[in-house]
Design a protein around this ligand. Structure first.
Ligand code: XMP
Length: 517
């Protein structure tokens, strides 16, 4: 643990879907925080030594049998506590107040009127109502001793409360969501003001601390990492390169299903500009030969996954003794495996390099384990990664193979690559590439009739998939301008041989998925 971790906030999770957002808002206030299940034992909470505790929301009602709770001794630790929604109700219940089922559910926007400028509301103007986002059925009937109402909304006489002396607060609304525009400032006021944390969690400090830590822990020990050119693996490779230099070997596998220009771009940047010890393996033929005749999407994934491990393992063996494998696991993956089993527990279905550590019997180094994606990007910028990598859209491990419906052949790959490059080029030109979640072309296994000049054509269909999303769990098709779609369509039909029709995918996830396979 380095200095930047010392002043931290503990977020106890009661299963809300927005628990991660609480942690992100706290981090944005430049304070380190971690999410742990509400069942974390008191002894561990004490040892953890947070300067403040936040109780998340959750789907339960606090009088329900089996409703999740927390050890009431946390209120005796002398550190400030903030309960959000269910967190406020359980806090009320445990401290001797009363929670009642509200006559109606309050869900959606409300106007918050602050009565007292204290705690999270120290900077709020009582004369200026604040838009806040409510989502609760229960409400506070009787305040616990020592508490007073700090704010109201139309439906909640106690939209916020506090025991100012003990610095214990509750808010009925969700300060962490975007629909509460002033919420980030309230959380910042709590962690910086009440908890007294210094705003030292910056990605500059993180990069420095991590590099120093790895230098000490790994210096002289050989480490390998799989570089994909995506932002996570790029940041991992650069952090380690700065820490241990040539003791890190990065391996970039050309699996034959990458986008146009990707191999030369990644190799050029990391080998020639950043001077990484980089091995580029051209395994395209091996992958494509194994994919021949395969149409089932899961089979494509399996073949690509296994072949990747095989190729990577073979290259690693050539290096000789290797102790560690560096991987770009991010904090949301860590939370998913430890989180309280509420709706915030989600099943992760895709893993890029899953299986590598088991097979290779290597110890793992995961420098990004504590970071959210936007923090990872920020570290990338700190390390001098170009924006083309830092703000890269996600690209699936099985690459273009799952964007070619049906069999993956070299000819079909060439067609999709060209169409995809046009989509990306036009998205960038319209300044929309970084504003959407993903934008790509899909090759549909259907031929349709067209006419070019006097000739009848019978050629392939390309679908455009452009989506907005925050975490890929849900997504909606992006409402990009018609003019942009028109330009993509006419360029693809004119420039890509064998395509005479372009269609737009207007499905949301769920029930569809982002990728077509
Ligand atoms: P879906 O299609 O499930 O995609 O809505 C959600 C996100 O995951 C990416 N994706 C994958 N990533 N291996 C990966 O590394 C895969 O097999 C895979 N399948 C989908 C997809 O691009 C989107 O960002």
């Amino acid at each position: 643990m380095s200095e930047i971790h010392e002043q931290k906030i503990l977020v106890l999770d009661f299963g809300s879907q927005t628990t991660q957002l609480i942690a992100r808002r706290v981090r944005e206030a430049r304070v380190y925080c971690e999410i742990h299940p509400c069942t974390m034992p008191l002894a561990e909470i004490k040892t953890y030594g947070a300067k403040g505790i936040i109780l998340s929301g959750g789907p339960a009602s606090c009088y329900e049998p089996g409703a999740p709770s927390v050890d009431p001794a946390i209120f005796e630790l002398g550190v400030p506590v903030l309960g959000i929604c269910y967190g406020m109700q359980i806090l009320t219940h445990l401290l001797g107040g009363m929670v009642a089922r509200g006559s109606k559910r309050e869900y959606g926007p409300a106007k918050l009127q602050v009565h007292k400028q204290a705690g999270p509301f120290r900077d709020n103007d009582p004369d200026e109502p604040q838009p806040v986002w409510m989502s609760h059925g229960d409400r506070i009937e009787k305040l616990p001793d020592g508490f007073e109402a700090l704010a109201v909304t139309g439906n909640s006489p106690v939209a916020a409360m506090g025991d100012i002396e003990r610095r214990i607060y509750g808010v009925q609304f969700h300060p962490e969501v975007a629909h509460t525009p002033g919420g980030a400032a309230m959380l910042a006021a709590f962690v910086l003001g009440d908890c007294g944390c210094d705003p030292i969690w910056t990605m500059h400090n993180f990069a420095e601390a991590t590099i120093a830590d790895f230098k000490e822990r790994l210096g002289g020990k050989p480490v390998i990492c799989a570089l994909s050119g995506g932002v996570d693996s790029s940041v991992v490779a650069l952090l380690l390169h700065k820490a241990i230099g040539k003791d890190l070997t990065s391996i970039f596998v050309d699996n034959g299903v990458l986008r146009a220009g990707e191999v030369s771009e990644v190799a050029g940047l990391f080998r020639d500009v950043f001077r990484l010890n980089l091995i580029v393996v051209d395994a395209a033929d091996l992958f494509l030969d194994r994919l021949a005749g395969v149409t089932d999407p899961e089979e494509k994934r399996r073949i690509i996954g296994h072949t990747f491990i095989e190729v990577f393992d073979e290259e690693a063996k050539k290096i000789g003794q290797v102790d560690y494998l560096a991987q770009g696991t991010l904090y949301p993956d860590v939370i998913e495996s430890v989180s309280f089993k509420g709706p915030s527990a989600v099943i992760k279905s895709h893993h890029n390099v899953g299986g590598l550590p088991d097979k290779m019997k290597l110890k793992l180094v995961e420098p990004l384990r504590e970071l959210f994606k936007d923090e990872c990007r920020e570290v990338g910028r700190e390390l001098g990664l170009p924006e083309s990598i830092v703000s890269r859209q996600p690209f699936p491990g099985p690459g273009l193979a799952i964007r070619i419906m049906g069999e993956v052949t070299r000819a079909r790959l060439a067609t999709l690559r060209e169409a995809d490059a046009i989509v990306l080029e036009e998205m960038r030109a319209a300044d929309l590439y970084t504003k959407v979640w993903q934008s790509f072309a899909v090759l549909v296994p259907v031929k349709t009739v067209g006419v070019m000049g006097d000739e009848r054509t019978y050629e392939d269909v390309v679908a455009l998939r452009i989506v907005d999303s925050v975490d890929a769990m849900t997504a909606d098709w992006s409402r990009v301008p018609y003019e942009l779609l028109a330009k993509m369509s006419s360029r693809i039909i004119n420039e890509v041989n064998g395509v005479n029709r372009v269609v737009l995918d207007i499905s949301s996830k769920p029930p569809s998925t982002i990728e077509w396979e």
